[in-house]
Write a protein that binds this ligand. Structure first.
Ligand code: F6R
Length: 251
C-alpha cells in the first residue's frame, strides 16, 4: 500500500482528482469505479474543475458505481444515482450510456447483480476504483463479517452504517436497510484502487486497515492483499500512524 498524507481535505481531494485525471489522460477510455458519501465530494468538484479548464474529457470514460440503496429510484434525492448526477455527471461530457449504477428498483436482484458483473467484465474490468471507508471498515456496502469471495450482491446495512448515513435523510427510519453493492471480490479485481479517508473519526479504522490483521470483521483490511492501492488521508485520519509506520510502508 502506498500511503499519502495530505495536510487537509482540500489537498486530499486535489491529489485524488489528479490521479484520476492522469489515468484518463493516459487512457481516455478508462473504466472508473466510483464511490458516493461525503468523502469524494471534493474529488468530484476538482474533476469538474479540471474538465471545465479543458484539461480532461470524459467522452470515452465508462463508470461503475460501487453501490445503490435498494428501493430508491434515481429521482429520489437520497439515491446514489441522484448524488452522482449532482456531484459529477451533470457537469461533465460523459455519455449517459457509459454510466453504470446498480438499479435499486430492480424486480430481480439476482439478475441485476449478475448483469452488473457481466457489464464490468465486458468493459474489460475496472482500471481505477475510488473508495471511501465506513467507520466500521466497510468498503462499498460490504459490512463487517463480509465474505471476501463475494461479487455484486444484496447486502443488509449494519446499524452503524444506518446511523452514520441517517444524516442525509429526514429521519433514521427513512434510511433503507438494504443495498446492492459490488462485493469484495469485485473491488479486489480492479487494477488499481484509491481509498480516501478524512477526519479523526476514521483514524482507528485506518490504523487497522493498514497495519493490523486482515479479517472479515474489518472488510477494508483485505486491501493489504491488493498489489496497487493508494491510500490518501488528511492529517486527522492519519492521526494514529507514526512516522515510522509511514516510512516502513515507503520502503
Ligand atoms: C459509498 C460507499 C461507502 C462510503 C463510506 C464512507 O458509495 O460505498 O463505503 O464510502 O460509507 O462514507 P463517507 O465518505 O460519507 O464517510
Amino acid at each position: 500500500m502506498r500511503v499519502i498524507v495530505a495536510k487537509d481535505y482540500e489537498e486530499l481531494s486535489k491529489k485524488a482528482a489528479n490521479i484520476i485525471s492522469s489515468q484518463i489522460t493516459l487512457k481516455p477510455n478508462s473504466v472508473l469505479g466510483l464511490a458516493t458519501g461525503s468523502t469524494p465530494i471534493g474529488t468530484y468538484r476538482e474533476l469538474v474543475r479540471l474538465y471545465n479548464e479543458g484539461n480532461i474529457s470524459f467522452k470515452e470514460v465508462v463508470t461503475f458505481n460501487l453501490d445503490e440503496y435498494y428501493g430508491l429510484d434515481s429521482n429520489n434525492q437520497q439515491s446514489y444515482a441522484y448524488y452522482m448526477n449532482q456531484q459529477l455527471f451533470n457537469h461533465i461530457d460523459i455519455k449517459k450510456d457509459n454510466i453504470n449504477i446498480p438499479n435499486g428498483m430492480t424486480e430481480d436482484i439476482g439478475l441485476e447483480c449478475k448483469n452488473y458483473e457481466k457489464k464490468i467484465r465486458q468493459a474489460n474490468g475496472i482500471d481505477i476504483q475510488l473508495l471511501g471507508i465506513g467507520r466500521n471498515g466497510h468498503i462499498g456496502f460490504n459490512e463487517p463479517d463480509v465474505k471476501f469471495e463475494a461479487l455484486t450482491h444484496l447486502v443488509e446495512l449494519d446499524e452503524d452504517t444506518i446511523k452514520a448515513n441517517s444524516r442525509f435523510f429526514a429521519s433514521i427510519d427513512d434510511v433503507p436497510k438494504l443495498a446492492i453493492s459490488m462485493g469484495i471480490k469485485t473491488i479486489m479485481q480492479s487494477r488499481s484502487i484509491i481509498l480516501l479517508a478524512s477526519g479523526a473519526e476514521k483514524a482507528k479504522t485506518i490504523h487497522h486497515m493498514i497495519l493490523e490483521k486482515i479479517t472479515p470483521e474489518l472488510p477494508a483490511s483485505v486491501l493489504q492483499l491488493h498489489p496497487n492501492v493508494t491510500v490518501i488521508l488528511d492529517e486527522e485520519a492519519a492521526l494514529l500512524l507514526t512516522e515510522g509506520d509511514l516510512l516502513e510502508m515507503e520502503a
